[in-house]
Design a protein around this ligand. Structure first.
Ligand code: FAD
Ligand code: NAI
Length: 466
């Protein structure tokens, strides 16, 4: 059997690419080395983390918010194994959904580790050791990413865990120490704090969520601190002593100096992810990597070898599921002779905490660096009717618009449902909207989305409810 396209990896990049290619008439197969489809995102990433975020949020609300709304319930009791089963049900449902979609679109599936002996060939090595070579016109590598290790800190996925182990804990840790104040640290730190752990976050830089607009980082740190999360900024972990029942973590100032010892029951290492290319045989195939170990591709996802392409976490760009998916669609369309395209200027980024944090487009820092004059429109959720009614007033919407043209250049939100609200901003930016366009669009009342409209009004200092 010879294929038009073989996709290696079935994360959001790979499975979406395969489905789109099959829709466009390409004879397509996927190769996956896990036992299930869906990659990091569905199995050990986006989906299980969101299931635990949802369940732990309700647990927290039942304990702290219900009473003030006049709902009398006994103090909630944690049944962690049932909560983990709830999470797994969500994962299984999603994974089976991908299996169904691949079958429906007549995509052939091969389970095993894929490698590339040469362009046009994919070798699949199954777990039982059996091998087969598949022939294909094109190969898309969508093998994703893996956890970044911290020198001197051995991950055992029991007491010293990566995100994978942190999603699987079978006992509530009394004290959780998180290394890294990025997305994983704050999301999974929030899960365990809500369930009752004392959570300390050690962050190398002097702010959390680097890469996002710095005002979001500062404001979000205050909100999370109020919730009880403890931050040690400008600090690094230099070692974890695992010899006793309690972990002894050495924490020193990033700039150097004496270390202090913090005690913890579980340490979560969340200092970023690295592209995953192990076992693909890329060197022999002549596929070049960039300096950071990512597969180097051109504007059309082609690697240094004709017929071999790459998408998702394994190439440059934000390591996000929706970015991988959009690249999957784009490369499938390009291979089918269409005009596939991803607009990298408009990729939303969401942290699914409470409140949520969401961002699209340029930050203030980026605009300053590039010498672009901008105006700011900001509107707090304390002045939004629906947020007030719901008692969820932490946060704000901030719109950055070009001073001369009024084009929206960036939108940054902390607040209830920020992850959903940011879609409006993304659509507006995709269509080249001005802040005036958003301000003139009728938004339903009472909704949280009115805060976006008011922030657009605020660009010209004419917000109504402030
Ligand atoms: P992956 O999803 O990593 O899939 C790669 C697949 O390739 C895997 O199934 C792997 O087994 C397979 N593979 C690798 N090598 C081979 C080989 N040689 N042969 C065969 N198969 C192979 N992103 C978001 O946008 N939103 C979120 O809420 C979010 N939450 C996250 C939470 C956590 C805890 C983590 C760790 C990540 C999260 N992410 C989130 C990031 C998201 O998971 C990734 O950006 C996304 O999965 C990347 O998709 P991908 O298709 O490039 O690779
Ligand atoms: P991250 O890059 O978001 O954050 C890592 C943090 O660790 C940074 O703040 C960094 O300054 C800090 N750091 C680095 N080295 C350190 C050290 N030695 N000591 C202390 N701090 C250190 O990486 P994270 O949180 O591991 O997530 C990886 C990726 O997974 C994210 O970048 C994102 O692409 C993806 N992801 C996305 C989610 C979402 O979209 N909601 C959720 C979870 C993950």
């Amino acid at each position: 059997m010879s294929y038009d396209l073989i996709v290696i990896g079935t994360g959001p990049g790979g499975y979406v690419c395969a489905i789109r290619a099959a829709q466009l008439g390409l004879k397509t197969a996927v190769v996956e080395k896990r036992a299930t489809f869906g990659g990091t995102c569905l199995n050990i990433g986006c989906i299980p983390s969101k299931a635990l975020l949802h369940a732990s949020h309700l647990f927290d609300e039942a304990g702290h918010k219900f009473a003030e709304m006049g709902i009398g319930v006994p103090a909630p009791k944690l049944d962690l194994s049932t909560m983990q089963a709830f999470k797994q049900k969500g994962v299984d449902g999603n994974v089976k959904g991908v299996e169904f979609l691949l079958k429906k679109n007549k995509v052939d599936s091969f389970f095993g580790s894929g490698s590339i002996p040469s362009a046009g060939k994919v070798l699949v090595k199954a777990e039982d050791g059996s091998e087969q070579v598949l022939e294909t016109k094109n190969i898309v590598i969508a093998t994703g990413s893996d956890v970044t290790r911290l020198r001197g800190v051995e991950i055992d996925e029991k007491r010293v865990v990566s995100s994978t182990g942190a999603l699987e804990l079978d006992k509530l840790p009394g004290r959780l120490l998180v290394i890294g104040g990025g997305v994983i640290g704050l999301e999974l730190g929030s899960v365990w704090r809500r369930l009752g752990s004392e959570v300390t976050v050690v962050e190398f830089l002097d702010r959390i969520l680097p890469g996002m607009d710095s005002e979001l980082g500062r404001s979000f740190e205050r909100i999370l601190s109020k919730q009880g999360m403890v931050f040690k900024l400008g600090s690094k972990v230099t070692g974890v002593d695992t010899s006793g029942d309690v972990l002894k973590v050495s924490v020193a100032p990033s700039a150097g100096g004496d270390a202090e010892i913090l005690e913890a029951d579980v340490v979560l290492v969340a200092i970023g992810r690295v592209p995953y290319t192990e076992g693909l045989g890329l060197e022999a195939a002549g596929v070049q990597l960039d300096q950071r170990g990512r597969i180097a591709v051109d504007g059309h996802y082609k690697s240094s070898v004709d017929g071999i392409y790459a998408i998702g976490d394994v190439i440059d760009g934000p390591m996000l599921a929706h970015k991988a998916e959009d690249e999957g669609v784009a490369i499938a369309e390009l291979l089918a002779g269409k005009a596939g395209h991803v607009n990298y200027a408009v990729i939303p980024n969401v942290v699914y905490t409470d409140p949520e944090v969401a961002s699209v487009g340029r930050t203030e820092e980026e605009l300053k660096e590039n010498g672009i004059d901008y105006a700011i429109g900001k509107f707090p959720f304390t002045a939004n009717g629906r947020a007030k009614a719901n008692g969820t007033t932490d946060g704000f919407v901030k719109i950055l618009a070009d001073s001369k043209t009024d084009e929206v250049l960036g939108v940054h939100i902390i607040g209830p449902d920020a992850g959903t609200l940011i879609a409006e901003a993304a659509i507006a930016m995709e269509f080249g909207a001005s802040s005036e366009d958003i301000a003139r669009t009728c938004h339903a009342h009472p909704t949280l989305s009115e805060a976006v409209k008011e922030a657009a009004f605020a660009v010209e200092k004419r917000a109504i409810h402030m």
